[in-house]
Design a protein around this ligand. Structure first.
Ligand code: MFK
Length: 565
């Protein structure tokens, strides 16, 4: 008989997910869990079945831009893929944006929402990109409470009716750079009747097919920098369905997220409404950034879960060297390491989700708000790096099949690779974490969180790893302080701190993940009599959480980085 390999398959992605189910059992009261479980189970069935099959069948399709109609009219029509169309309808039906605003379960509505997103994301070809921005826009409009804009947009963004539902873009990046938003060149000019009109080029506009966008532009005469920008609301089409002086120059040809219609846009007098005054635009858009960064982490956790689920299923089917891969010690050790990363990333992410839900309902204490401010960048950057590493290893678990496009597997790695880039690169977010740590209350909140998690763990082996996490947090905080305190000048101290920022941030992120995983594992041991999460915590500790080394040598880094001296 010919040698054939069996493809991996997926079951119900909710019913099969012991990590998600155990977490929900700990954090949700029984009546809430009963209320949310049917929708999660339906989404789990869709994600492992219909949507996954549609995704594989639709693999070769990408969004197509048609600039002109046959009669010479400029139309800039973008035809989306089949998965995206299906995902749009499911989004409204399952309230993927509406859930946290309806607050049916108070602060826990964010846990409900992001559990749905976690199931939905890996089978919907990064449709979560426009959704993240839509949620970010809804949050930003809620915070700024601009009555006119809120009345126009919020009923659509929060609609559960597919015919009414809108998505939003977040048009920030310009040719002058993606990280340093203060360099933006788009200008806002006012007509005599008071209408603002935007003129400029937006260089990376994901979700170009959205009905609205929040964007930044500089009202004429304003000073340079982020403070001189203002936050504007744009509706992309007029009542007749025509783009409002928006030209789609081309769609980007990207490494991954190929189903996302990311475009270069020209704004040539696009009408806009100022959302939050006529300056301070960077500050004004930060609620959006913090929401999209949370989505990014949820999507990182979910892609890790998908990679491990496929690799685990394949390990059961694949025989090599006379035995099943699932009986090979080295393969088991590899998969165990990946599962531990995925599980730690999950608990880290959902801690931020819990805090976000509390902050939005004004239930968070000052300490919780400070903790959320610091951990949002930590959670995004930590999980994004994990997602690239885990999906890379996961496709390696398939050997050559993982490198072959029609298995659908390479897309996992390609789509994961964007996660450390968009919404702030690892380095930009490490610096954002330092910015947050400038307020010592955030540092105290993080230390208190990890100390209290460590103190709560009863099982001796888990208590030992939770103490490892606390020790690493203390070393990272001490390192940050001593760079500033011990340097000959403030400038040298800042340079050392900046050079070490990524190691400090990753150590804090991974240590918090370990403490959270240890606490959950301790709960699972005593309440579910399940030692699986304990194995994950012990393994994650062995994977390593402390990335600090000797103090950075700035001169050596310059010689190596720039090939000098
Ligand atoms: C699947 C998941 C989906 C994800 C969807 C993705 C689709 C996305 C497509 C994109 O749009 S990707 C583009 C994303 N771009 C970024 O994330 C920008 C990255 N750069 C930064 O985050 C920089 O740190 C930043 C632009 C904010 C720096 O700009 P500035 O002008 O140098 O800011 P500055 O002066 O440090 O901060 C301005 C104010 O904002 C300060 O407050 P004050 O005015 O009160 O002093 C800061 O404290 C505050 N701030 C900055 N970042 C904050 C923040 N406040 C709260 N949270 C933050 N994260």
């Amino acid at each position: 008989m010919a040698f054939l390999q069996a493809p991996p398959s997926l079951g119900n992605q909710f019913d099969d997910d012991r990590v998600l189910r155990s977490y929900l059992a700990r954090v949700l009261p029984e009546e809430v869990r009963r209320d949310v479980s049917p929708a999660l189970s339906e989404l789990g069935a869709l994600a492992g079945g219909e949507l996954y099959e549609l995704q594989l069948a639709d693999r070769l399709n990408v969004p197509v831009l048609t600039p002109w109609d046959p009669w010479g009219n400029r139309i800039d029509h973008i035809e989306l893929t089949a998965v995206w169309k299906r995902a749009a309808a499911l989004t409204a039906e399952y309230g993927l944006i509406a859930t946290p605003y309806e607050r049916r379960h108070g602060a826990l509505s964010r846990v409900d929402q992001f559990a749905r997103v976690y199931l939905f994301n890996p089978s919907t070809d990064v449709y979560t990109c426009p959704l993240a921005m839509t949620d970010g826009a809804a949050r930003t409009l809620t915070v700024h409470a601009n009555a006119e804009v809120s009345a126009r947009a919020l009923p659509h963004l929060l609609s559960r009716d597919p015919a009414q539902f809108w998505t939003s873009g977040q048009w920030m990046t310009e040719r002058t750079g993606g990280s340093d938003v203060g360099l933006s060149e788009t200008v806002a000019r006012q007509d005599p009747d008071g209408t603002w009109r935007l003129h400029g080029t937006k260089w990376f506009s994901s979700a170009t097919t959205s009905q609205m966008a929040l964007t930044l532009a500089r009202p004429e005469g304003n000073p340079p920098g982020g403070r001189g920008l203002a936050l504007f609301y744009v509706e992309t089409r007029d009542e007749g369905g025509k783009l409002q002086r928006i030209g789609v120059n081309r769609l980007k040809d990207k490494l991954g997220t190929r189903k996302v219609p990311t475009a270069e846009l020209s704004l040539d007098g696009t009408p806009a409404i100022a959302v939050a005054g006529l300056s301070g635009g960077v500050r004004a858009i930060t609620p959006m950034l913090n929401i999209t960064r949370t989505w990014n982490a949820v999507c990182s956790a979910s892609l890790m879960r998908r990679g491990v689920a496929l690799a685990r299923d394949f390990a059961r089917r694949r025989h090599a060297f006379g035995a099943s891969l699932s009986d090979k010690p080295l393969h088991l050790d590899t998969l165990a390491g990946l599962q531990a990363e995925a599980e730690a990333g999950f608990h880290l992410t959902f801690r931020a989700v819990e805090l976000l839900g509390r902050e939005e309902g004004a239930e968070a204490t000052a300490e919780e708000r400070n903790l959320l401010r610091l951990i949002t960048p930590l959670v995004k950057l930590t999980t994004a790096r994990q997602a690239v590493q885990v999906t890379s290893e996961a496709i390696e678990c398939f050997g050559g099949a993982g490198y072959v496009e029609d298995t659908g597997l390479p897309a996992l790695l390609r789509d994961a690779q964007v996660l450390p880039i968009w919404e702030g690169t690892t380095n930009v977010l490490s610096l954002d974490a330092l910015r947050a740590m400038g307020d010592t209350a955030t540092v105290q909140a993080l230390h208190a969180e990890v100390a209290s998690l460590a103190a709560a763990v009863r099982d001796p082996a888990l208590a030992a790893v939770a103490r490892v996490a606390l020790g690493a947090v203390e070393r990272a905080l001490h390192t940050a302080r001593s760079h500033m305190a011990d340097a000959p000048s403030a400038a040298e101290g800042l340079a050392l701190l900046e050079a070490d920022a990524r190691r400090i941030a990753l150590t804090l992120g991974r240590s918090l993940a370990l403490a959270l995983l240890a606490r959950h594992a301790d709960w699972s041991l005593s309440h579910e009599h399940d030692s699986r999460a304990k194995a994950a915590a012990l393994r994650f500790a062995r994977n390593g959480v402390d990335l600090l080394g000797a103090a950075p040598d700035l001169a050596e880094a310059r010689r190596l980085a720039m090939d000098e001296g």
